[in-house]
Design a binder for this molecule. Structure first.
Ligand SMILES: Nc1ncnc2c1ncn2[C@@H]1O[C@H](COP(=O)(O)OP(=O)(O)OP(=O)(O)O)[C@@H](O)[C@H]1O
Length: 746
């Protein structure tokens, strides 16, 4: 039996320390984020000290007073992690000379600096500050240059003041740098006037941080700015749960809860009045509703929903001219030539795709969605249509191109996303150049992506949406595929027959059992490891962790799979003993243990090592890697401080400052696995995950496995997942909008 890893020790309170010194040189500085690694000369030590942190404009020669923590870096040894800093004037002749000549002040290089300091000595900085005109006394400095030096000096002063102000109000250096870069000289005024503006303007600052800054600045808890920001924040949180709007009563209740602090509880009536006010100002869209009286949208949600419905309306309003007998003829010849027979449902789907503007093809695993899609693509090709295939994620697009035997793109690429403008180049004025568009994994389309896609579809094109509505809904807001089906306004074919070949797989048959509320048929790992759907009944989480280790080290290799390449652990959650965070540490130790030949670096609370499987956690348009992309670390350059990750098609390099974009991915959440498939999937399910367990979560996790699925956990948890039907229960009105719009068509 393998031993269990120790749980992490409770963290001791950090010991903040202070340092003063002169920046000797910059090892690394990111203009963008302010992340800096620099060497500092102090009077306490003969050796230079490495300091790491965020700095707005750091230059060699600056004298800094630093607050921070010492930490031990595995490669570089002791480093001082800076939490706060302030710049002080250099006090020695050499210090002043270095400071002035560092390039900090445009117009003054090292030679000029030496000349100025030779003339004014220790008073140099005071003279620049108060009697700058006296610089003419220095040989070789013309009047014009003095003006330039004066402007540069003022700018530096402004930066210093802003940083000092922000830091003295509890803003960390990282955020202070971002705030300065966003507002420049207007930073202090903006933050003092309405710190909640930060939550709108600056990525990474949310309502909670802005609220903390506001409190520090003494802004009243009943300030209207605070209430308004709180309302927007609650709607934003609702969107994270998939909602497009909130009914008034629910919104008011949540806002009151969110804005209540020790000595202050907002009045519900005041919030309701403010909602109406924001509705009149069109900060929010307010709409009457049958059940809820009033509902509130953020404007972008409202317009996307409304426009998506009207785009579909316009598309559906144009009938397709089709010679049906010719199509039937083609189908007969094609199936005969290929030696295949379409089921009645599949035949219907192909005919519909030929004759309808928009068709939805849905069904569970093994029902022939792919088979059918391939036939439709062949038919469209035969009809001479230009075709494009797309999927919401990179991995799903790759799989689609493999099965359809033609290129498939991500929807972002199809719509030519431009990171400079953060907009799609393909839109209503610049349609996609195709007459037939297939979108696979359509259950992953959220409101905004669906809206952008529909906008770019030419009016004479046909659209086929393929997806499985029993999978988890999209990560983003809305419930598009289900809403389109529920509206009954768009032709839908549901494939229900599971083909013989697929029916032999327990993964497929269990997926269908789960979907109909039946407990899956599972073989015990120890009794019959030959089934493709196994169960390891480790009753408690710690046994589950132990069991997963044994599966990875013994059972799975014995079955002929390579744990490093084939196995993916999919968890309901990140937290907990059987959550992704903990399991990743355990699995890393087994699959990619430390070795002298593999460089590694600590990133936050994890270690990243050459050979690790990692997942990209945000969309990074500069590097062209997207949330959910999986890759492998191929190099860590300790000198250049860079980490290289090989993704499916691209090799991407990260500065250390950006390492928070990636994390270990030996275990990922089921939500992140949507649209991907793996040869072997291990699914731990425990009562710890009670809140998350649901039928479509289990269904989605299980159907990610192509050759082997192993459920780990007590039967009680599996049973609960099968029973717990969480109707996505998302607030959306897409279906109703479609019904209303299409009802007025004739
Ligand atoms: N009309 C048919 N005749 C014979 N075999 C078929 C037919 N339709 C589908 N199949 C076979 O059934 C199996 C499942 O089909 P397919 O892969 O298309 O299903 P799917 O719905 O795309 O499944 P998944 O969602 O798991 O990818 C495949 O082996 C496929 O070749």
């Amino acid at each position: 039996m393998s031993t269990l890893p120790q749980t992490p020790q409770a963290q001791a309170t950090p010991q903040y320390e202070y340092l003063t010194g002169v920046v000797e040189r910059l090892t690394f500085h990111s203009e963008e984020s302010g992340y800096t690694v620099a060497r500092l000369k102090t009077s306490q030590s003969r050796d230079l000290i490495t300091i790491v942190g965020s700095f707005a404009n750091i230059q060699a020669g600056q004298t800094l007073q630093l607050t921070g923590l010492w930490r031990e870096h595995p490669q570089y040894g002791a480093q001082f992690q800076v939490t706060h800093y302030r710049e002080t004037k250099p006090a020695t002749i050499t210090g002043i000379e270095k400071y002035l000549g560092s390039g900090l002040i445009k117009g003054v290089g090292p030679v000029t600096a030496r000349r100025i300091v030779a003339h004014f000595g220790l008073q140099t900085l005071d003279i620049i500050e108060t009697q700058i005109e006296r610089l003419v006394e220095v040989p070789g400095i013309a009047k014009k240059r003095i003006k330039m030096i004066q402007t540069a000096w003022e700018t530096q002063k402004a930066i210093k003041e802003v940083m000092l102000f922000l830091q003295s109000h509890g803003v960390s250096t990282t955020f202070a740098v971002k705030i300065y870069k966003q507002y420049n000289d207007a930073a202090i005024a903006t933050v003092t006037n309405n710190p909640y503006q930060l939550a709108t303007d600056i990525y990474g600052i949310g309502f909670i941080t802005a609220d903390a800054i506001a409190r520090n600045l003494g802004i009243a808890p009943d300030s209207e700015y605070r209430y308004r920001a709180g309302i927007v924040h609650v709607l934003g949180e609702a969107a994270e749960d998939g909602h497009c709007f909130l009914p008034q009563a629910e919104l008011v209740e949540q806002v009151v809860k969110r804005l209540s602090i020790k000595d202050h509880q907002p009045n519900s009536r005041a919030i309701a009045q403010l909602l109406v006010q924001m509705g009149m100002e069109e900060q929010l869209i307010m709409q009457g509703h049958r059940e809820h009286e009033f509902i509130y949208y953020q404007p972008s949600f409202y317009y996307s929903e409304q426009n998506l419905a009207s785009q579909l309306h316009h598309l559906l309003a144009r009938p397709v001219a089709v010679d049906l007998p010719r199509v039937l003829n083609w189908i007969e010849r094609f199936t005969q030539a290929k030696g295949i027979e379409l089921s009645a449902q599949q035949q219907q789907a192909v005919e519909m795709a030929a004759s309808q503007r928009v068709t939805i093809l849905t069904g569970g695993p093994g029902t022939g969605k792919t088979f059918c899609t391939r036939t439709i693509v062949a038919l469209w090709k035969a009809m001479g249509k230009s075709i494009v295939l797309a999927s919401p994620t990179g991995r799903a697009a790759q799989r689609l191109s493999e099965v359809a035997l033609m290129e498939a793109k991500t929807i972002h690429r199809l719509l030519e996303f431009d990171p400079k403008t953060m907009k799609f180049k393909r839109d209503a004025d610049n349609h996609i150049e195709a007459r037939a568009i297939v979108v696979d994994e359509a259950s992953m389309l959220d409101l905004f992506l669906a809206h952008s896609l529909l906008k770019a579809i030419p009016p004479d094109a046909q659209l086929l949406l393929v997806g499985d509505i029993d999978q988890l809904p999209s990560v983003g807001p809305g419930n598009v595929l289900r809403d389109l089906i529920a509206s009954e306004q768009i032709p839908v074919v549901r494939l229900t027959q599971v083909f013989r070949q697929a029916a032999q797989s327990y993964i497929v048959s269990n997926a269908h059992r789960i979907n109909s509320g039946q407990y899956p048929l599972l073989e015990s790992v120890s009794l019959n490891p030959n089934s493709d759907c196994l169960w390891l009944g480790a009753p408690e989480p710690q046994y589950g962790v132990q069991g997963i280790q044994e599966l990875v080290t013994d059972v799975i290799p014995q079955l002929g799979f390579d744990p490093a390449r084939d196995v993916q652990v999919l968890c309901p959650m990140t937290r907990g003993e059987v959550g992704t965070r903990h399991l990743n540490g355990v699995l890393q130790g087994l699959i990619n243990p430390p070795s002298a030949s593999k460089a590694e670096i600590k990133s936050g609370s994890i270690v990243l090592r050459v050979g690790d499987r990692v997942i990209q956690q945000v969309n990074d348009y500069d590097r062209e890697v997207f949330n959910g992309d999986l890759g492998t670390i191929t190099a860590i350059d300790l000198e250049e401080q860079e980490v290289t990750v090989q993704y499916q098609e691209r090799r991407v390099t990260y500065d250390y400052a950006d390492l928070n974009e990636i994390t270990l991915a030996f275990a990922t959440t089921i939500h992140k696995s949507q649209g991907s498939e793996y040869r072997v999937v291990i699914l731990p399910l425990y009562m710890q995950h009670y809140m998350m367990l649901s039928r479509n979560l289990l269904y989605t996790g299980l159907t990610r496995a192509k050759q082997l699925a192993i459920l780990v956990g007590p039967s009680k948890a599996i049973g609960l997942a099968v029973r717990q039907v969480k109707d996505a229960g998302r607030y959306t009105l897409l279906a109703q909008r479609l019904i209303t719009q299409l009802a007025t068509r004739f």
